[in-house]
Design a protein around this ligand. Structure first.
Ligand SMILES: Nc1ncnc2c1ncn2[C@@H]1O[C@H](COP(=O)(O)OP(=O)(O)OP(=O)(O)O)[C@@H](O)[C@H]1O
Length: 228
């Protein structure tokens, strides 16, 4: 599903954010990416959906070699990847329904299927009754659930979440985690960068720790491992 070999990322300003990363993630895994602030977690997840380009090494995602991937084919790579951000990134003027439907419209899904599929995923995140509201009328946890619905509406094989509970209170964070667990139980690979010691130490999964742009630990059913 994801293979990285000796991956480096140096930003144009000269900062080396990743310094020789090797990893292999199989379909269906649930992986936490942990590490101190500035360690390279967002850079690592960003390379997976080509938000940023690596500067050295090899990356293969879902069988696609990112070294030879042409710019015009990037949207095809992203069709199989759902992304969830810490700050939700919803379109403020669109309703909940429209925010989720938009993800299908851009890939030119048959309009006859859109309504049923959008309502299905809104049901999964328990927001069917808020379909007509706009994001500002929702709580933070509800907004994050909309962004999860948007990320999975296209049935991606891979879900990448960068600190999805970073702006949420603990109780809401557990709700969000149970949605991720359900998505993973349905077969989707989940990669989640997080600073939440509680979550990582409670819902045990594979843990990859990054420090100074390098992987320093990779354990199945690992611990968070940092004092916060
Ligand atoms: N667009 C950019 N241009 C230049 N440097 C960057 C850019 N984005 C990140 N960096 C630098 O790369 C390093 C890794 O940053 P990254 O955001 O990947 O860390 P992180 O582990 O996700 O941090 P946090 O936990 O604080 O989100 C840092 O030194 C950061 O300052």
């Amino acid at each position: 599903m994801i293979e990285m070999k000796d991956v480096h990322k140096t930003y144009p300003n000269g900062v080396m954010a990743l310094d020789g990363v090797n990893l292999s993630i199989k379909p269906g895994e649930f992986v936490y990416i942990v590490g101190p602030s500035g360690a390279g977690k967002s850079t690592l997840t960003g390379l997976m959906y080509r938000e940023e380009k690596h500067t050295e090494g090899q990356i293969t995602i879902n069988g696609t070699d990112l070294n030879t991937l042409k710019e015009r084919h990037v949207p095809y790579l992203r069709r199989n990847i759902g992304v969830v951000y810490q700050d939700f990134k919803l379109l403020p003027k669109l309703t909940v329904y429209e925010n989720v439907a938009f993800a299908l419209e851009v890939i030119e899904e048959d309009p006859n299927n859109v309504k049923q599929r959008v309502m299905e995923v809104l049901d999964l995140v328990k927001l069917k009754n808020k379909a007509r509201q706009i994001p500002d009328e929702l709580s933070g946890g509800e907004q994050q659930r909309v962004s999860i619905a948007r990320a999975i509406v296209n049935n991606p094989t891979l879900m990448i979440a960068d600190e999805p509970t970073g702006n949420l209170d603990p109780e809401t964070s557990w709700d969000i985690m149970s949605i991720f667990e359900e998505i993973n139980a349905n077969g989707t690979t989940v990669i989640m960068a997080t600073h939440s010691k509680e979550i990582v130490n409670t819902i045990k999964k594979r843990v990859i720790a990054v420090e100074n742009g390098r992987i320093v630990r990779d354990e199945s059913r690992g611990e968070y491992g940092y004092e916060i």
